[in-house]
Design a protein around this ligand. Structure first.
Ligand SMILES: NC(=O)C1=CN([C@@H]2O[C@H](COP(=O)(O)OP(=O)(O)OC[C@H]3O[C@@H](n4cnc5c(N)ncnc54)[C@H](OP(=O)(O)O)[C@@H]3O)[C@@H](O)[C@H]2O)[C@@H](O)CC1
Ligand SMILES: Nc1ncnc2c1ncn2[C@@H]1O[C@H](COP(=O)(O)OP(=O)(O)O)[C@@H](O)[C@H]1O
Ligand SMILES: [K+]
Length: 501
């Protein structure tokens, strides 16, 4: 796992590295700037293109000035540096780097309060105005400058973080923030980069390493963790010799209505493909032919209109309930019966989440360790409207602890929130997967993993990873515009076995 730090902890890690590596702060800045430039020169090879580097007077600005010197040394011909001297304060590292730059033949402008803004018409703008030191929303001269830069037709490349963007905490939707086409960030993505609010401000993200003390970073025990492939490799279990279908559990998927049988088919197929020993789908009577036709390996329990099906609950290892189930009286009765009859962790998705939202009394029957998989709207239906994703994280933390459940808040970087206040950000998946039925697949995968005796936490972490990874394996190398859930399902065993190789 990659621990994700708050801005305040990043400063601690900077300071710790300076004190214990040891390395002078100015040399750490040199290392960061070099890492930026290393990536930049490989991707922007045109040395005649106009490059304007906008620098504040803190350490982000210090990076900017050092970057200007390094680009000059690399032979970039059309550089200019614009210093935003909007405050009388500057850091030592900024001052030293500015003195070094002044020895070179790079055009340099100092902007002061009230000055006219320089004109930018094309080329590249490097944003080194403010970084993780941001301590209040932009206003005054900074705001005016960033608004202007957002209006010009240049490629914007931000150093570490777009100016005005908070690394963590709430993002005000009305705040002025630099819109970067590319952010080259130091050491690790900042937490807010992984939340949808970063969408308008970060076109593309690149992380470059600057050698901060990893042991120290781990010792901070951050609740925010980014899941990496090596974690999944360590968690996935091989199928052993002399095992049989009984070894891999029996999952029951309660899903579908006549009009939404697709959801039942997708989640139960995904469950079978993700390795459950046996999968049974509890479906409406008139969906039986479709099920037998689509996935003969999946067994059926049919639901007759308004009647509760007769189910031998204890024989199932786990139950997933909700995809396409509807919220009518019969569905509510069935959901209530599941919660009353089953005490092992279940997966609660889609309409089961909606029923829980409108019948909060049911919460007390939700088995401990169960997994809820809401998308953002379901999350808000369950826990109330939220103004920001940061707020959702805080609510999710309280509610997961309160009910002793795992909340899988779905989005680009799906977040598993645990009862012990940890946040696991998934690092796979892509926009080609934005297609109806994709969440039904995830539900089936998580149920399959629970059936195979993975813990609830691992079922969430592995489930999200392999779901997104299968989507990446299909979409990225083949440049697919859209990946449909049905196709993703058949990729799952391939993805899983690759991760065990
Ligand atoms: N050794 C290291 O530490 C390394 C650091 N590195 C680099 O340093 C960056 C962090 O640098 P930093 O801490 O100096 O802060 P930075 O973002 O430049 O801001 C400067 C000052 O701006 C001010 N300010 C804040 N908000 C404001 C606002 N809204 N409007 C106006 N002013 C505002 C505030 O000053 P104040 O208002 O408190 O006087 C603040 O202190 C980091 O992103 C990375 O690029 C790398 O080189 C690796 C090594
Ligand atoms: N733009 C995207 N980037 C990454 N993953 C996505 C994207 N859009 C959707 N997904 C994934 O697809 C799934 C969609 O779930 P959900 O909205 O519940 O779909 P449905 O209700 O249609 O089954 C989630 O797991 C989500 O992470
Ligand atoms: K910046």
């Amino acid at each position: 796992m990659l621990p994700l730090l708050l801005a305040s902890q990043i400063r601690e890690a900077d300071a710790h590295t300076v004190a214990h590596e040891p390395i002078a702060s100015i040399d750490l800045m040199e290392r960061a700037s070099k890492a930026f430039v290393g990536w930049f020169v490989n991707h922007f090879p045109d040395k005649n293109k106009n490059i304007a580097i906008y620098c504040g007077t803190g350490n982000n600005g210090g990076d900017g000035v050092a970057i200007a010197r390094m680009l000059y040394d690399h032979g970039y011909e059309a550089l200019s540096v614009k210093i935003a001297r909007f405050s009388s304060r500057s850091t030592d590292e900024f001052d030293k780097n500015l003195a070094r730059l002044k020895r070179l033949d790079v055009p340099l402008t100092e902007m002061e309060n009230g000055d006219d803004l320089p004109e930018e018409s094309n080329g590249i703008v490097i944003d080194a105005l403010l970084g993780t030191g941001l301590n209040k929303p932009l206003e005054g001269e900074y705001e005016k400058l960033v608004k202007y830069l957002n209006s010009v037709k240049c490629t914007m490349v931000a150093v570490d973080i777009p100016t005005g963007f908070f690394a963590d905490g709430e993002i005000d939707p009305d705040a002025t923030i630099l819109k970067a086409d590319l952010v080259i960030t130091f050491q690790q993505p900042k937490i807010n980069f992984l939340l949808p609010e970063s969408g308008p401000y970060i076109g593309c993200l690149e992380v470059v390493h600057i050698g901060l003390d990893e042991k120290f970073i781990r010792s901070l025990n951050s609740p925010y963790q980014l899941v990496e492939e090596k974690d999944i490799r360590a968690k996935l279990k091989h199928r052993k010799r002399f095992t049989n279908k009984g070894t891999y559990g029996h999952a029951l998927i309660i899903a579908g209505q006549p009009e939404t049988m697709g959801a039942a088919l997708l989640s139960s197929s995904a469950c079978a493909y993700a390795g459950a020993g046996l999968t049974t789908a509890c479906i409406p009577e008139n969906g039986l032919i479709a099920l037998n036709n689509h996935q003969p390996e999946v067994m059926a329990i049919v639901r007759k209109e308004k009647e509760l099906p007769d189910v031998d609950w204890p024989k199932f290892s786990t139950i997933a309930i909700g995809p396409g189930l509807g919220k009518d009286a019969a569905s509510l009765k069935l959901f209530t019966r599941v919660l009353a009859s089953f005490d092992r962790p279940v997966v609660i998705d889609a309409d089961a989440i909606n029923m829980l939202a409108s019948n909060p009394d049911l919460w007390k029957h939700v088995p401990k360790g169960s997994i809820l998989t809401p998308h953002v709207k379901e999350f808000d239906r369950l826990f109330g409207e939220h103004k920001s994703w940061w707020q959702r994280l805080q609510t999710g933390k309280q509610q997961a602890k309160n009910y002793d459940v795992y909340i899988v808040l779905k989005n680009d970087y799906t977040i598993t929130i645990t009862p012990v206040e940890k946040f696991y950000f998934n690092s796979t998946s892509n926009a080609a997967m934005a297609s109806g039925g994709m969440g039904d697949v995830l539900t089936g995968i998580i149920a399959a993993l629970l059936a195979q005796k993975y813990s609830s936490e691992d079922a969430c972490i592995i489930g999200n990873y392999i779901h997104g990874k299968a989507g990446d394996e299909l979409a990225l190398p083949n440049r697919m515009y859209a990946v449909l859930p049905g196709r993703l399902i058949t990729q799952l065993p391939v993805t899983m076995v690759k991760l065990m190789a």
